[in-house]
Design a protein around this ligand. Structure first.
Ligand code: FAD
Length: 147
C-alpha cells in the first residue's frame, strides 16, 4: 500500500462486523481496504463460538416471523431500549444471512435453543453456524475482499 492509493471504503478491523461490511462493499462494486491492527485477521470473531442468533432466518422453511421474535424479545426486555436499532436488527439480520448464502457461504441452522425457553415464542431454530468448508475453494475475488 502506498500513500497515493485511494479506496471507496476503508474498514478498521477484520472481525465479523468489519469483514462483512467489506464484503458487502466489494459486492456493490466499491474498492475496499481492511486495516487490521493485530498480527492476525479475525479479531474476537475468529476465536468465538461462531453461533449467530438470526431470528426469522428462513434457512429452512419455518413459521418464525418478525412479530414472533419481537414477542420473545419484548417479554425479556427490562428498561429502555433503542427501538430503531432493535428493529433494524430484526429486519437486516435475515437479509445478511440471505446475502452470505447467495455468495456460497454454507450457513446451517444450529440445534441451539433460544436461551429463555419459557418465554413466549421461544424456539430452537434461530441460531445459525457456518458449516466447515475447504478454504482452498475460496476464489481470488473472495481472497481480495479480505486483503
Ligand atoms: C470465547 C468467546 C466466544 C464467543 N462466542 C460467541 C458466539 O458463539 N456467538 C456470538 O454471537 N458471540 C460470541 N462471542 C462474542 C463475539 O465473538 C463478539 O461479539 C464479536 O466477535 C464482535 O465482532 P466484531 O467484528 O465487532 O469485533 P472483533 O471480532 O473483535 O473485531 C474487531 C477487530 O478490530 C481490530 N481493531 C480494533 N481497533 C482497531 C484500529 N484502531 N485499527 C485497526 N484495527 C482495529 C481488532 O484488532 C479486531 O481484529 C464470543 C466471544 C468470545 C470471547
Amino acid at each position: 500500500m502506498s500513500a497515493n492509493e485511494t479506496y471507496d471504503v476503508i474498514v478498521a478491523g477484520s472481525g465479523a462486523a468489519g469483514a462483512l461490511a467489506a464484503l458487502r462493499a466489494v459486492e456493490l462494486g466499491l474498492s475496499v481496504l481492511i486495516i487490521e491492527k493485530a498480527h492476525k485477521y479475525g479479531g474476537t470473531s475468529a476465536t468465538s463460538g461462531g453461533v449467530m442468533w438470526i431470528p426469522n432466518n428462513q434457512l429452512t422453511p419455518n413459521d418464525d416471523s418478525r412479530e414472533k421474535t419481537l414477542t420473545y424479545i419484548d417479554s425479556l426486555l427490562r428498561g429502555d431500549v433503542q427501538r430503531d436499532r432493535l428493529e433494524a436488527f430484526l429486519d437486516q439480520a435475515p437479509e445478511m444471512a440471505k446475502f452470505l448464502v447467495s455468495l456460497g457461504v454454507p450457513l446451517v441452522q444450529a440445534a441451539w435453543p433460544d436461551y429463555f425457553q419459557d418465554a413466549p415464542e421461544a424456539r430452537a431454530d434461530r441460531s445459525v453456524l457456518c458449516d466447515t468448508f475447504d478454504g482452498r475453494q475460496l476464489s481470488d475475488k473472495q481472497f481480495v475482499a479480505m486483503r
